[in-house]
Design a binder for this molecule. Structure first.
Ligand code: CTP
Ligand code: MG
Length: 241
């Protein structure tokens, strides 16, 4: 090794169990409108949650997983991880009334040894190792948070009811996805404070002065919100990515 070059960054020095994933699956899924929480909607014959859980468990960059389950659905979530033989799942916590509360509940079970925490929506089943790798890279360079993002293809307008107020420039606007990655210390700090209506985890880290960057997202990482989204994800699952 050349003189003056350090052997590795602090993150690369980490041994096992340093990258934890928080998988938030505790939402009611009101807009999907089925008889059970969205995480347990059927996707190609298994619960929606199974897809992202399986992918995180197989992801070589992820060491341990904490799942936030809907109240009353902790047992089915544990049984599902056993059925999948998802050995990285260390705990399943009860989610809160907001997504941020679910993240906070899960974060409480993330081990002290964690250097990095990925937070992922179970509602985005088509997770790939590539996007995880892209999200993790800037954390080794000293950033506090990383968000996968896509450019906004459509023209944007601000409306009031059905009346158009103005056309909004797309310049500098992106839409963001999960998994979002954070230095564990930065995420814990962000969640130690007030959780009033943050739209995502990164916004809390940003508010606390953390340095957050975007990386290229993945169009396949779309979020299941409505029945049409579920049908679309189902069809994408059969299409090689
Ligand atoms: N989530 C959560 N706890 C909550 C609310 C949401 O863990 N109290 C999770 C959802 O399970 C989902 C992700 O956050 O994986 C994104 O939320 P969203 O798509 O809004 O899901 P729901 O809140 O379940 O859906 P809806 O808003 O239609 O009720
Ligand atoms: Mg919601």
């Amino acid at each position: 090794m050349p003189e003056g070059t350090s052997a590795s960054t602090p993150l690369e020095e980490s041994t096992t169990d340093s990258t934890w994933a928080v998988l938030v699956a505790a939402g009611a899924g009101e807009r999907l409108g089925i008889d059970r929480p969205k995480a347990f909607a059927a996707l190609r014959g298994r619960p929606l949650l199974a897809e992202s859980l399986d992918r995180l468990d197989r992801c070589p960059w992820v060491d341990a997983i904490v799942v936030a389950a809907p109240p009353g659905w902790e047992e089915p979530a544990i049984l599902l991880s056993e059925e999948l033989a998802a050995g990285k799942v260390v705990s399943c916590v009860t989610g809160g009334t907001t997504r941020a509360e679910s993240v906070r509940n899960a974060l409480a079970d993330v081990g002290d040894e964690a250097l990095v925490v990925l937070v992922h929506d179970a509602a985005r089943p088509l997770l790939s190792d590539d996007v995880v790798e892209r999200v993790l890279a800037p954390l080794a360079e000293g950033y506090d948070g990383v968000v996968p993002a896509l450019s906004v293809p459509d023209t944007l307008k601000r409306v009031e009811g059905d009346r158009v107020l103005e056309t909004v420039s797309r310049d500098g606007l992106v839409s963001v996805q999960t998994p979002q990655g954070f230095l564990a210390s930065a995420l814990r700090r962000a969640f130690a404070g007030d959780l009033t209506d943050p739209t995502d985890c990164a916004s809390l880290v940003e508010q606390g002065g953390g340095r957050v960057v975007v990386v290229e997202g993945d169009p396949r990482l779309l979020k299941v919100t409505t029945p049409a989204d579920l049908a679309l994800v189902e069809s994408l699952l059969t299409t090689p990515g």
